[in-house]
Design a protein around this ligand. Structure first.
Ligand SMILES: Cc1cc2nc3c(=O)[nH]c(=O)nc-3n(C[C@H](O)[C@H](O)[C@H](O)COP(=O)(O)OP(=O)(O)OC[C@H]3O[C@@H](n4cnc5c(N)ncnc54)[C@H](O)[C@@H]3O)c2cc1C
Length: 293
C-alpha cells in the first residue's frame, strides 16, 4: 500500500510507531517485546530507521522484512544517504523493493561517529538529491523529514522551508516531522508550509519523555526546545523516581496529542525508542476519549 492512501480526505487520523534495529542483545530483547506489544495496538503503519553511513544496513533490512512479511504490517523504511555512493544506495533500495516495500522516507543522515568513516566521493549532499535519485529509478511512495523548530544546521527557518519545498518538488509525497514540546511550533510550521504552497500531508512526530537524561541528550542533538512547562513539570517531581517521570511523560504527551488531534492532524507518529509502555498508555487514553479509532 502507498502510505499516502491512508491520508486521503475523510480518512480517520493514523497512528504509527517508529522502531530502530537493535544494536545489542539487550536491545534485541527490548525490540522484540516492543514489536509484540505494539502490534497489539494495530497501528496503521510502523517505520524503521536506517543508520547513516550504512551502519544498520542489514539490521534495518531484516527489521523491515520481519515487520512487513512476518507481522504483515505496513512499513515505511527510512533511508539515510549520508556517505553512501550511488551503487550502495541502489543496492539498498533494490533490497527493499525485492521484499515488497513500497514506502521510503528519504533523509540525509548525519556523519557517523566512527572517526575513520570516509564518505564516498559521489555521495549525495542533501535529502533533496536522494529524493531525485530515488524518483528517477523507483516507484516508491517517498516521504521526507522536517523540523518544526528549523533544522539545527539551517541558515534560517526561511531557508529550511525553501529546501523542504525543493524535496517536495523533487517528488516527496508526505512529511513526517521531528518531535517538539510545544504544539505552537508545529502549528506555525504547518501554516508556513501551506503559505509556501507545500500541500502534502504533514504528520507530527511525538516523543513521550522516557528519562531526563535521554530527553536532554536528544534535544541537544536535534535542536528541540525543552520548554519551561516541561522543565518546571520535571522539577516538581521526586528526584530519581523513574516511574513518576514516565507518568509525567505520558500525561504530557497525551495532552499534546489531544490538542494535535483536535486541530485535525492527519495522524500521530510516535517515537517509541523501541519501548512500549508509554505508547500503550498514551493510545489507551486517546482511544478511551474517542479521539482515535
Ligand atoms: C522523521 C525523521 C526520520 C529520521 N530518520 C533518520 C534515519 O533513519 N537515519 C538517520 O541517520 N537520521 C534520521 N533522521 C535525522 C536526519 O537524518 C538528520 O536530522 C539530518 O541532520 C538531516 O536530514 P534531512 O533529511 O532533514 O536533511 P536535508 O533535507 O538534506 O537538510 C539538512 C540541512 O541542509 C539544509 N539543506 C537542505 N537542502 C539543501 C540544499 N540543497 N542546499 C543547501 N542546504 C540545504 C537544510 O536546511 C538542513 O539544515 C530523521 C529525522 C526525522 C525528522
Amino acid at each position: 500500500m502507498r502510505i499516502t492512501d491512508l491520508w486521503s480526505p475523510g480518512k480517520k487520523p493514523t497512528v504509527s510507531f517508529e522502531l530502530f534495529p537493535a544494536r545489542s542483545e539487550k536491545g534485541a530483547v527490548s525490540l522484540k517485546k516492543a514489536i509484540d506489544e505494539l502490534s497489539e495496538l494495530k497501528p496503521d503503519f510502523v517505520s524503521v530507521t536506517f543508520g547513516a553511513g550504512g551502519s544498520t544496513r542489514e539490521g534495518s533490512r531484516q527489521l523491515v522484512e520481519v515487520l512487513k512479511n512476518e507481522k504483515q504490517m505496513e512499513v515505511i523504511a527510512y533511508f539515510a544517504c549520508y556517505g553512501l555512493g550511488p551503487d550502495d544506495i541502489t543496492a539498498v533500495l533494490d533490497s527493499y523493493r525485492d521484499m515488497g516495500a513500497e514506502n521510503i522516507l528519504a533523509v540525509r543522515g548525519d556523519p557517523p561517529k566512527e572517526e575513520d568513516f570516509k564518505p564516498h566521493p559521489n555521495s549525495l549532499p542533501h535529502a533533496s538529491d536522494l529524493v531525485t535519485f530515488i524518483r528517477q529509478r523507483n516507484d516508491f511512495c517517498i516521504g521526507v523529514a522536517a523540523y518544526p523548530e528549523g533544522h539545527i544546521e539551517a541558515a534560517s527557518k526561511e531557508k529550511d522551508l525553501e529546501y523542504l519545498k525543493l524535496k517536495v518538488e523533487q517528488g516527496a509525497e508526505y512529511i513526517i516531522t521531528n518531535y517538539f514540546y510545544d504544539n505552537a511550533y508545529f502549528f506555525d510550521f504547518v501554516e508556513r508550509c501551506r503559505t509556501a504552497r507545500i500541500q502534502v500531508p504533514i504528520v507530527p512526530g511525538v516523543m513521550p519523555i522516557y528519562s531526563s537524561k535521554m530527553m536532554s541528550m536528544l534535544a541537544d542533538l536535534c535542536g528541540v526546545t525543552i520548554t519551561d512547562e516541561v522543565r518546571q513539570g520535571i522539577a516538581g517531581l521526586p528526584e530519581g523516581d523513574k516511574d513518576t517521570l514516565l507518568a509525567f511523560g505520558i500525561e504530557f504527551a497525551t495532552r499534546q496529542c489531544r490538542s494535535l488531534l483536535e486541530a485535525g492532524v492527519p495522524g500521530l507518529h510516535i517515537y517509541t525508542m523501541d519501548r512500549s509502555a508509554s505508547t500503550i498508555a498514551l493510545l489507551k487514553q486517546l482511544r478511551t476519549e474517542g479521539l482515535l479509532p
